[in-house]
Write a protein that binds this ligand. Structure first.
Ligand code: MTE
Ligand code: MO
Length: 224
């Protein structure tokens, strides 16, 4: 009986996910869909004054740049709807974000051809890395709003990254810097047992088998 259930799950992804069969292909293996919006991060929630908040662009660029919040808001704004997938096994479908597309910002940054990777710097001392090609994808957003409202403090106000095609830890909240790099370097979770690339459809959760994350921990967390 048990084995049959296991076989069925493998054969039919719709049984794996708690969603209608026509949505099942959007839910990566091992994920459960939630209507909630869990809140996950390390450390305290930062507070900012938008008059002094800045986003710094550095590393492999012609010259360092610092953007104010006002300057970013003056750039073309995009609203998009995408799914998000957290390594703690929740996925949320059809989340709507507004902000500046990285693809629209990149041409203004003078990125050197040697740059192949990026490190996203966020408060407090959070870092996450990805290939420049992934960062430059059309659906990667510097988001200031969720569902038409400014981000709540806990979800990353005033600015967070949204990288729909990778596990959600790559979508850094409270971002303050973008560093362009020749060589890859692991960020915070990538140094702490999480996969360096993090494709949810390939279940790239951890870099080794010995990593023991309580995968249901989000049930006990804050959410809205
Ligand atoms: N600055 C910062 N960004 C962060 C984190 C963090 O600890 N610090 N946690 C990451 C993780 S592990 C996840 S799952 C998502 C959670 O985003 P949410 O709280 O909006 O659901 O934020 C990511 N961004
Ligand atoms: Mo996470």
């Amino acid at each position: 009986m048990h084995n049959k259930a296991e076989r069925l799950k493998r054969a039919n992804p719709a049984l794996k996910a708690n969603v209608a069969p026509e949505l099942a292909h959007r839910v990566p293996p091992g994920q459960t869909v939630t209507e909630r919006f869990p809140i996950l991060h390390e450390g305290p929630v930062p507070q900012y004054d938008l008059n002094t908040w800045t986003l710094r662009v550095f590393g492999e660029v012609e010259e360092e740049k610092v953007f104010t919040y006002e300057q970013l808001m003056a750039l073309p704004q995009t609203t998009q709807t995408n799914d998000i997938h957290c390594v703690t096994r929740w996925s949320k479908l059809d989340t709507t974000w507004t902000g500046v597309r990285v693809a629209d910002l990149l041409p203004l940054l003078g990125v050197k051809p040697e740059a192949k990777h990026v490190m996203i710097h966020a408060d407090h001392d959070y870092e996450t890395n990805m290939p420049l090609a992934d960062f430059a994808r059309e659906d990667v957003l510097l988001a200031h709003s969720f569902d038409g409202e400014p981000l709540t403090d806990k979800h990353g106000w005033p600015l967070r990254l949204v990288v729909p095609h990778l596990y959600f830890w790559k979508s850094a909240k409270w971002i303050r810097g973008i560093e362009f790099m020749k060589e890859d370097r692991p960020g915070f979770w990538e140094q702490n047992g999480f996969h360096n690339y993090a494709d949810p459809f390939k279940e790239q959760r951890y870099s080794g088998d010995d990593f023991d994350l309580p995968e249901d921990e989000w049930h006990g967390k804050d959410f809205d």
